[in-house]
Design a binder for this molecule. Structure first.
Ligand code: LIP
Length: 277
């Protein structure tokens, strides 16, 4: 199968993200049906409805590209390309009527012979055998659409964006996330305690994809989380890289789970020292 044109693929992802965003916007204040919940997480019926809208939209354009989604996966998992979809990133915010959530769609390419990693460098989300070709993150409440094609600029509503130039941790805003289980809390609470006295401000917003696009846009200077899933960060990771940022990640034991440190690149060493303790 010859690879479709990247800009057509991007258009399909934007169309799908906007369709899901429309449903999110319409239901922000509605009573939400909860499919399941645990202390640190909620699954909404709207998560599944948004995933279905995205799947239908993407498959209408590209029926042969598989979809790896937070809610479900469809198609042949061995296709050379795969969509990676989080229909609602920031589900708990959305469930509580907090207008800070988004749709995240990435396209990844299977790498036949995974590139050797240069020391300290890594492709967002590699580890092998996939690399991210495009990313779309859409916040329907702020009507902010971030896009990026590998090798090109990161854009917010069509205008190029770039990471901040702040190079001092004590002048930086660093976002931190706590994933869905007690082990993430255990790992990240000591990091939080070490960070608070060293930075200008900490922000905990509850949507990984938006935290990454905020670093890409110079609103945040860093973002750290452990136990985060591939679909939360695949699109935002590429957008950050295309905005000149650094997207370091480490695959954890359970599938599609990562520990990450995303920065403007300038505060990376200072942040790594604090994270390490
Ligand atoms: C969320 C992430 C957030 C993390 C939450 C949750 P979801 O994704 O965006 O950063 O801290 O635990 O994983 O579940 O809303 O798609």
């Amino acid at each position: 199968m010859s690879q479709p044109h990247p800009k057509k693929l991007l258009r399909a992802a934007v169309q799908a993200a906007r369709a899901a965003g429309q449903l999110m916007r319409k239901n922000l204040r509605a009573t939400k049906h909860i499919d399941s919940e645990v202390q640190y997480d909620i699954k909404l019926a709207l998560d599944v409805r948004c995933q279905k809208i995205i799947e239908k939209s993407l498959r209408a354009c590209y029926p042969d590209i598989s979809i790896l989604g937070e809610e479900e996966s469809t198609g042949d998992p061995d296709t050379p390309l795969r969509w990676v979809v989080d229909p609602i990133d920031g589900t708990v915010n959305f469930a509580y009527g907090i207008p800070h959530a988004c749709t995240s769609i990435a396209l990844q390419q299977r790498m036949p012979n995974p590139p050797r990693r240069r020391a300290g460098k890594s492709d967002p989300i590699s580890p092998a055998p996939y690399r991210t070709l495009l990313g779309v993150v859409y916040d329907p409440f702020a009507d902010e659409l971030w896009t990026a094609l590998r090798g090109g600029p990161a854009r917010l509503n069509g205008r190029a964006v770039h990471v901040s130039t702040r190079d001092r941790l004590d002048r930086s805003i660093v976002s931190i996330g706590f994933a869905k289980g007690p082990e993430s809390l255990a790992r990240m609470l000591p990091v939080l305690n070490r960070l608070i006295p060293r930075v200008r401000k900490i922000r905990m917003m509850g949507a990984a994809a938006l935290a990454l696009t905020y670093v890409a846009s110079g609103r945040f200077d860093g973002y750290v989380e452990s136990g985060i899933r591939l679909w939360d960060i695949a699109a935002g990771g590429l957008i950050l890289e295309c905005a000149g940022g650094d997207f370091e990640h480490e695959a954890l034991d359970n599938q599609h789970t990562y520990r990450l440190s995303a920065t403007n690149g300038l505060i990376k060493r200072q942040l790594d020292r604090v994270r390490a303790g």
